[in-house]
Each structure stands twice: as C-alpha cells, then as structure tokens.
Ligand binder design. Structure first.
Ligand SMILES: [Zn+2]
Length: 223
C-alpha cells in the first residue's frame, strides 16, 4: 500500500505537472474515440499498451472481458457500452482478450470456481465460449486450448455487442467499427481478428475494417 501512496506523490509531482494542460482541457469534457473492453487481469495496462493519454480510451474491465448480450444481465456493461456509443459517440470498440487468462481457464475447468459462486455465475455469460471449445477444440490441450478459448471468447463478445441496440444502430449507420484483439503480454504481441481471413493476424497485418462498414451502408442504400 505504501508503494501506491508513494506512487501518487510521484504522479502529482512529476507526471501531473507534465500533463497539467491536458487535464485542464479534459475538465471541460471527454471525447474518447475508442471503447476498450478488456479483462481485469493486473498484467494488462491498456494505456501503456496503446500509449494512450488520459481522455483517449473509455474502458470497461471485468473478469474475462465479457459483455452479456442484450437482456441477459442488469450489470453495468450494457449501460457503459450504451453511454460510450450513444452519448460519447465512440468510433471504435475493441474487445481485447489476453494470454493466460484465469477467467477463460475457469470457463474450461468450472471446478476452479466451486467456492466462488459470484465468479461462477458471471462466467455463465461465457457459456457460448465454453460450448464452442467443447465441441470444436476438444483435441487441443493445455495452453493451446486456453488460447483458443481466449480467441473464441473475443469473437463471442463481439457478437454479444452486436445485440445491444445502441451498437446495432450505429453499425447500420456505418460509423462504428468493432475490433477483436488478443494481447500476449509475455511477448508484447497483439493479434487482431481479420474477418476476411477468418483468423487472428499480427496487428501489423491487420486492415481496419472501415471499408466493410461503408460497403454495407452503400448496399442498404441501393435496396
Ligand atoms: Zn483474464
């Protein structure tokens, strides 16, 4: 705890001084371009990973970077997504899973949550992920199966996002883009889901899918 308090002193004396103008500007309001959804895991630092400044990322964190589909939960996730999309007008939503995710390990081995009823209940929202792994990745073992669960879970959450009315509406409008990422923190690598390739690719190879959104918008206009 002492380390945290010391950290605040150093932040106030050093970092804050450097960013004073930015924080004063942000006191007037925020206009983040991106909603970043990731796991609560302590080994992930979205700001450091993306070298973002305060005011740039609107963030949702929970165990397993899970967004329950529309109507499935009264939790804060749907409300926070709605605020980001409909009030703040974010242009991008990133769901970022990560290697060695304890939540996904528990999805694959529910006995880990025998004495954690709230965690078990929450991970019930990842039942789709569990079933996909059970039915399609049963031959994989250990870390490979866990990584498959991390990747499939990101895709499941992207689908869940599409069920939220605020997100669905903006997607039809064509000015919101969803991204699925996996962060391998032990190597610093980030992989992004490429819908064209149907797989996760290195971020450097990833083409922003804005054109797909625009193409769909055009298609609807001609009908
Ligand atoms: Zn995790």
């Amino acid at each position: 705890m002492q380390k945290l308090i010391q950290g605040i002193h150093e932040f106030q004396n050093q970092d804050f001084t450097e960013l004073k103008g930015l924080f004063e500007q942000l006191a007037k309001g925020q206009q983040p371009e991106t909603l970043f959804i990731t796991c609560s895991d302590s080994r992930i630092d979205p700001g450091k990973l993306t070298r973002s400044q305060p005011g740039e990322l609107f963030i949702i964190r929970n165990a397993g970077n899970i967004i329950p589909p529309h109507g499935a939960s009264n939790g804060g996730e749907a409300a926070t997504v709605e605020y980001a999309v409909a009030a703040l007008g974010v242009k991008h939503i990133i769901v970022c899973g990560h290697s060695h995710c304890g939540a996904m390990a528990a999805v694959l081995d529910p006995s880990q949550t025998n004495k954690l009823p709230a965690v078990a209940s929450w991970l019930g929202h990842a039942e789709t992920t569990r079933r996909i792994i059970d039915e399609h990745y049963a031959k994989l073992k250990g870390k490979r199966q866990l990584m498959a669960a991390v990747e499939e879970n990101v895709l499941v959450q992207l689908e869940n996002l599409r069920t939220l009315p605020s997100v669905a509406s903006r997607l039809v409008q064509g000015d919101l883009v969803l991204h699925g990422w996996v962060y391998k923190f032990e190597t610093g690598e980030v992989f992004a889901y490429d819908p064209e390739a149907g797989q996760f690719v290195e971020l450097a190879m990833y083409q922003l899918p804005q054109q797909q959104a625009a193409a769909r918008k055009g298609e609807l206009r001609t009908v």
